[in-house]
Each structure stands twice: as structure tokens, then as C-alpha cells.
Design a protein around this ligand. Sequence first.
Ligand code: 3H9
Length: 658
Amino acid sequence: MEAAAIPFSDTVRGEIHGEVLVVTIENPPVNALSADVRAGLVTALDRAAGDASILGLVITGAGKTFIAGADIREFGQPPVEPILPTVIERIEASGKPVVAAINGAALGGGLEVALGCHYRVASPAAQMGLPEVKLGIVPGAGGTQRLPRLIGIPAAIDLIGSGRSVKGQEALSLGLIDEIVDACLEDAALAADRRLAGQDPRRTGHLAVPAADNTAVEKVKARILAKARGQQAPAEAIRLVEAAARPLAEGLADERATFLRLRDGSEAAALRHVFFAERQASKVEDLEGVSPRPVETIGIAGLGLMGSGIAVAALNAGYRVIGLDRDDEAAAKGRERILDLLQKNLSAGRIDQTTFDAQENRLSVTAADGDLAPCDLIIEAVFDDLDVKIDLFRRLDKVIRPDAILATNTSYLNPDEIAAATAYPERVLGLHFFSPAHVMRLLEVVRCARTAPDVLATGLAVAKKLRKLAIVTGVTEGFIGNSIFSAYRREAEFLLEDGALPHEIDAALEDYGFPMGLFAVYDMAGLEIAWARRKRQAATRDPSERYVEIADRLCEAGRLGQKTGRGWYAYPEGKRQVDPVVTDIIAQCRANKGITPRNFRADEIVERLLAAMAEEGQKLLDESVAARESDIDLVMINGYGFPAHKGGPMFAATQTPR
Ligand code: 3H9
């Protein structure tokens, strides 16, 4: 018999089903654990404890989320009672069984609530994890102490240290949940509650931490710490998990103190900025109420490295793909390259054979422009030359439907010029992918002067389906990312001339959190493309502007990077090493200009590079190329290795007194 809903707070309600109290959290959009939710849960527990007719409880979430965790917006504010650890202790201490019915994402504090429950049932697609390290914190409501009791120390270090989440089947094999339920989750939770009623509840916090194999612990620790690049939270999370075998109260107190300290620190502030920046980025001016055009088939012109990466991203997202290249042989090679990448996904277990077969069936290649006629969107990834691109767009203009969209993947050319050469410039936009396009998350979506709003909206909708982080940019040379990268590069070269050496600059950057210093990146990518560009630009360069010749001298000496065995560094046996020859070339260039070198501290190096980036960023904002500071931060973090835990160059500029 259905009972009327009992309100426990504005966001928590109960319903009595037989002798079980089903407690539902309804706090849209993601059931975050606001003060009202926490208060509602305590009221529900009080009600169950005081009502002899209630034998057990079920906790679940309304909508598609169980609980997304603590309310991140509350982090900057004074804590409001009851705090989450207290709520979870109350759940765990309940004499009546509490079952978590995990209907969707159970993340952070949400999973900690589930860990406090005595039994967990989950739907197969439910996403479970403790992603706190991604916010620069450790779990603060028992996660580091209860999870290892349930799944063991190595698996807990893996989940908490990486912040990755798992779905139903993996959660079941880890022992994180007790049951996966395909059909009615609530019925299964009610049944579990009835089974458990009257027994002493199995309290996670009272379980012994399973003995761990030391080698397994060290292996997973090394993996997590290598990725953490000096961030505090993963190391602290590991420390707390490793010490979980001590008395629960002691572990919880340590965890809470660590959580509070990290929450109020600079890394957490930066990562919170990134979290909200990502949500903000999808809100684009002038697009409210504009519907994207339907896209099912994507044409990709140019099946080189970039084009095949885009094709794989599109196939992964379920699109039909028609690849175009200049002749049958190039098209066949392109198809092979795409299939190779798909095969790698299959071998790595990222897709199964059925998906591989379906993707292969959705792919065709051609050398005839006319075969692109069925496409809803065509992305070109041909050689970055204006004439080549204009010629292609003019040809395509004639064969595709009038409502089909043309996107250019140019990095440096002016897409307005490409658009102007077509019959319908309003259907042209830029989709600037980063290589490898099936891996890199960033996508600059370029709004050209005449791009129609629904064309831009379509670009964004496709980006979302491709699971890319789309950042809208206006037209300027190099858009947001390469403009800022150029300023950064220029400043690094000024630093070289002024007295810093490549390895000193790289060490400062790597210490700051970049995965690789700038000069090491140059060597990896090869120096010749930029050299060719500099030679092309030489005639039009403003002679009054400071120009650093060191890179030219290196290239002239045949030092084109790692593939020639030497560049900014030497690479004996593949190992990066300072090369005195380079130091001499730099000294010579300084002497030619009469520059007396000075020493730079690492923090001075970083400060100068950050200032150059922030200044260029400000220019992009002033020119309305970028809509907001946080968009610039996201571009640099996701496309250029800027450390997320520093928040991006614009955020960092507001944090570091200069
Ligand atoms: C934690 O739990 C600490 C505890 O250990 C200790 C406590 C003592 N709070 O992502 P979406 C907003 S730390 C506040 O676009 P989706 C988001 O800003 C927390 N707001 O949806 C957006 O707002 P708007 C650990 C939040 O469907 C809207 O919800 N938990 C929170 O693509 C929709 O978000 C996490 O880190 C929050 N916790 O994905 C999980 N979460 O519309 C973070 C979201 O105004 N959340 N919002 O822009 C997620 O991963 C995704 O939101 C989720 C849904 C997968 C749940």
C-alpha cells in the first residue's frame, strides 16, 4: 500500500513501503548534499529510530543522479550543521538496516553516504567514485577510511588517488556494491532491507581492513604519484588510505583535518575554478533558444593524421563518416589509418568487436567530391594553406546540400577569408581540433564574422557528442590557444636572451606543473615547421620588434629536435641532456646583441611567462575573441599542458602578486 510522502526537509522526503522507510533526495540538478539535504537525512533517521513499525530504510536519489557529492558551492562558506561526517556516522550507527539504492551517479560525498549504509544495490549504469582529488581535496566524510575496509588498500588507492569512477559491474567485482539490479532498483532495495531487518547491520566502518600485498600497494602508488605531478591531494589521499587500519575515529579525524586544510588551499581553489569554468563554457551568448541542425553524417576532407583522428572521434560518437582524399590511393591509405586506430581501441579493450564492426560499417572513403553529398557537416583537415582550403570549399559548395555545414580545422589561417570564398559564408565555421584529435579533449569552435547562430549551435552540439570540451573563439591569428602560446613562446625566448638557459626554463615550468618544459616540447614536435614559418614571415617582420635568432641558429646547425638526435638538448641514448654546444650558440647570440646575461630564479621565470600569457589573454578579451577569462584558462589547460591545479594563466594571474 502506497503511503503519502513525508517531507523531512525541502529536499528530502520519505514514503513508507510496508515496514520500510524509503528516503528520497530531490535536490536538482544533481542532488548535491546541501545543508537542507543533510538536515533532511537526519530527520529521516530520527523518524525511523523512533517508529517501531519501521524495520529498515532505503536511501535513494530522484532523477538520474543518486547524489553528486557535497555541494561544491558551499566550500567557501562557514560550515552548517549537521556536517556530512555526522550524518554518515548516524546512518552507519542506525540499528535498523539502511540500504543505498544507487540509481545514478554516486560521487564524492554521495558515495560516502552509500559507504555509510549497510548494503548497496546499484543500477548497472550508475557511476561511482570519489573524485575529490580532481577538486584538490581528499574525501572528507569517511571515504578514505571506509572504502579500503570494503575493497582493500590497493583498489582504494587506485580509485581515490586517481578520482576515477567505476560502473556497476566493476563496482560489484571490487566489492564496492552488493548487488547490481537491472530491473526495479527500489524493489530490490526493499527486498534487501526486509532480508536484513532484525540482524545486526554490517557496518563498513567496523570491518577490518583486508591485508594488502606490499608490491601491489607500491605499484599503484607509483602510478598515481607519477600522474599527480606534485599535487598535494593525491599524496594525502594515499597517506590516509594506507593508514586506514588504525582505529576508525582516529582515521576519520585525520581525514577531516586534511580535507579542511586542502579545501582552503590554493590547489583546491584553482581546481574549483576549473570545475565551474567547464560548466560555464557551454553557455554561449546569443544562442539561447537556437536549435542546432541535425547531424548524422560527417564528411572529413583530408585523411592524414589529423583527419583520421577526427574520423575516429566521430565514429566513436556514433556518426556515419565519409572520408575524402585527393585520389583513390590516398583515400585507401586514410581508411587504413582510421581502421588502425580503431583496432588499437579494440586491442586495448576500449571497444568490443561488435562496436568495432559497427564503426567499420559506418565508415566509407572516396576521392570523388560528389560522394560527400549526403553529409550534414564536412570538416576539412587538409594542408594548412589558404589556396588549398579555398579551392576545396568552392568545390564542396557545389556538391553538398544548401543546409550542410562546412567547418575548417585551420590553426593559423583566417577562416573568414575561407568563408568569403564560398557561396554561403553563413554556413562556415571553424572546428580547431588538437592532435591526436581522437584523444585531445579541447576543441576551439570558431565563430566567423558571418557564421549563422544555428551553425555555431550545431558545432557545439557535435562537439558535445564527440565528448570534447568546446570553447568558442572569435577570429584572430591562432585563435585563443595559439595566440597565447605564441606570447608564451616569445617571452621564453626573451628569457633565453636575457640569461636563462633552456633547461632552467624547462625545470621551472616542470616544477610549476607542466608535464614537459617548452624547449623539450619543441624538440619532441620538431623545429622545422616553425622555422619555415619564420622564414616566410621574415620579409614582413617589423624590424623595430625584438626578434630572437637563437632558434634559427639551431636549425641552421641541423638541430631540428629529437628526430635528428639533437635540438635544444642533446639526446644520447634517447635521454634529454644539456648540450654545451647550445649554451655556446645562446651565448654567441647574446653577445651579438650586446646583452649581458643575468641569473633568473625559477619563480621569476614562471612569473614572466605567466605575465606574458595573461597579458595576451587580456588582449583577446578586449578584442572579444574570448568571451571570458575562464575560457582562456580551459584552452591552456586542455590544449597546452598548463597545470589544472594552478587554474590556468588568467586565474593564476589573479592569485600571484606581481
Ligand atoms: C565532495 O563530495 C567532498 C566530500 O568528500 C566531503 C564533504 C564533507 N555541487 O556536470 P553537469 C552543478 S566534493 C554543486 O553539467 P552532468 C553544475 O555546476 C564533490 N553543484 O551535469 C551544473 O550547474 P549549472 C565531489 C554541482 O549531467 C549542474 O550541476 N563530487 C555539483 O553533465 C549540472 O552539472 C563531484 O566532484 C556539486 N557537487 O554531470 C561530482 N555537481 O547548470 C561533480 C554538479 O548551474 N559533478 N553541479 O552550470 C559531476 O561530476 C557531474 O556534475 C555529474 C553530472 C556527473 C554528477
